[in-house]
Design a binder for this molecule. Sequence first.
Ligand code: FES
Length: 104
Amino acid sequence: MPDLDLVFVCELQDIPGGEARAFDVEGYNLAIFNTGDELYALENACPHMGAALAEGEMMGGSVCCHEHGWMIDLLSGEALERDWAQVATYPVEVQDGKVYVQLG
Ligand code: FES
């Protein structure tokens, strides 16, 4: 049974390793990244001009925004080399093959 403050997002199989998907969950637009080893949840809006980060390309522990190439760290949400720019990140948990996030 998941913790009460965890919100169900999707089945783990809905996000293949090496890919990302966007989800609208309780008013939050989330980008969930599956590196193959870890899942990361970020606000799905680039801190530069708001492009959908889920459409970017994962490179190591970062995502390269598909619009203008800013690199966003998946763990911290910080734009690399522009640490004044950041998106929100959310804890992710997988329980019984289901993906949950902790919002707010
Ligand atoms: S909107 Fe992401 S780099 Fe410009």
